[in-house]
Design a protein around this ligand. Structure first.
Ligand code: GDP
Length: 316
């Protein structure tokens, strides 16, 4: 399959989404994958523009991700952090030396007037990534969470407070006026689009910010290709991170069915884990059960093949 034969659009957050995005990138031809990243986690820190999900995708797809930490770059060194700490600087958000280069260069180019999408496209080419990597928008969207401690910025909640506060509400500040990236909207209406894959990312903080950009939900509903979501819940639990905790706090049942309900207005097919067969039994949307835990590279490729094969069987 080359792009003329169809291409796949994947929506992704950070670590969980990037695992499947890597699998897709390895089983699809070079020009047949476009990945749209959440930028609701983006923030400015120490004067730098940081885009955590774009960076996780850049590092994962270029083989530079750090498997020990689960974030940041492989073989990272920490001289900058140590020097900053000695000066009494803010160290709650850990920036490795190599990672720092990404943020410094992105910030410089943003200040020089380039768009986040142009910079991300150049970074992915320089890192040897064949798949296209797009931010959902070049406009700022910032996730905030209302917690029992009041409203918090995303990274305050996620990194500084380690997701401990109980959440009651989420807001995607700036989303009302954000314009979807033109290539993103165009891809959703492209007759060559063969599937949209919602990666197993946190629905509330990784996928909802993308869906909050005006026009995206409607474009997904009207999309000519099947929209397939992969569950980030396995055996009623999140593999990592606060997805299950958030479901409970938002008053939703903590199970794989909740994710499918969350996407019900545009979802054509749901890939749930074999362990969750009972939880997804009564869903209105068609379900394919699979082994969805991606531990090895082979697991990532296998799940990618399963998703693509299942999507190819959907008749819209
Ligand atoms: P973040 O932005 O770095 O928090 O990452 P994402 O939102 O993209 O991914 C977080 C979600 O990925 C969590 O809900 C995890 O349960 C899910 N996840 C992580 N690894 C796996 C996996 O191997 N399989 C599945 N199905 N979900 C996973």
């Amino acid at each position: 399959m080359s792009r003329q034969d169809g291409f796949v659009l994947a929506l992704s957050g950070g670590v969980g989404g990037a695992k499947l995005a890597l699998g897709l990138s390895r089983v699809l031809p070079a020009d047949a994958l476009t990945i749209v990243a959440n930028t609701g986690d983006d923030f400015e820190h120490l004067g730098l523009a940081i885009s955590p999900d774009l960076d996780t995708l850049l590092y994962t797809l270029s083989g530079q991700d750090n498997p020990e930490l689960g974030w940041g770059r492989r073989g990272e060194t920490w001289n900058f952090m140590a020097a900053l700490e000695a000066l009494g600087g803010d160290t709650w958000f850990r920036l490795g030396d190599g990672d720092l280069a990404t943020h410094v260069e992105r910030t410089r180019r943003l200040r020089a007037g380039e768009s986040l999408s142009a910079i991300s496209d150049d970074f992915r080419r320089r890192l040897g990534i064949a798949a296209r990597l797009l931010p959902m928008s070049d406009d700022k969207v910032r996730t905030r969470l209302r917690t029992e401690e009041g409203w918090l910025d995303f990274q305050d909640y996620f990194v500084r407070l380690r997701c401990a506060p109980v959440i009651c509400e989420l807001a995607f500040v700036g989303s009302e006026t954000a314009r979807p990236l033109p290539d993103f909207i165009a891809a959703l209406a492209d007759p060559l689009l063969s599937a949209v894959v919602i990666c197993p990312s946190n629905p509330f903080i990784s996928i909802d910010p993308i869906l909050a950009v005006p026009g995206i939900r409607a474009a997904l509903r009207d999309c000519p290709a099947p929209v397939v979501a992969v569950s980030p819940i396995i055996g009623g639990k999140a593999v990592k991170g606060p997805t299950a905790k958030m479901m409970g706090e938002l008053g939703m049942p903590v199970d794989a069915a909740t994710v499918a309900h969350h996407y019900c207005d545009f979802l054509d097919l749901y890939i749930a884990d074999e362990e969750d067969a009972a939880a997804v039994e009564c869903l209105d949307v068609p379900v394919v059960l699979a082994r969805t835990l991606m531990q090895s590279l082979a697991d990532r490729e296998e799940l990618a093949r399963t998703v693509l094969a299942a999507a190819a069987r959907v008749r819209k």
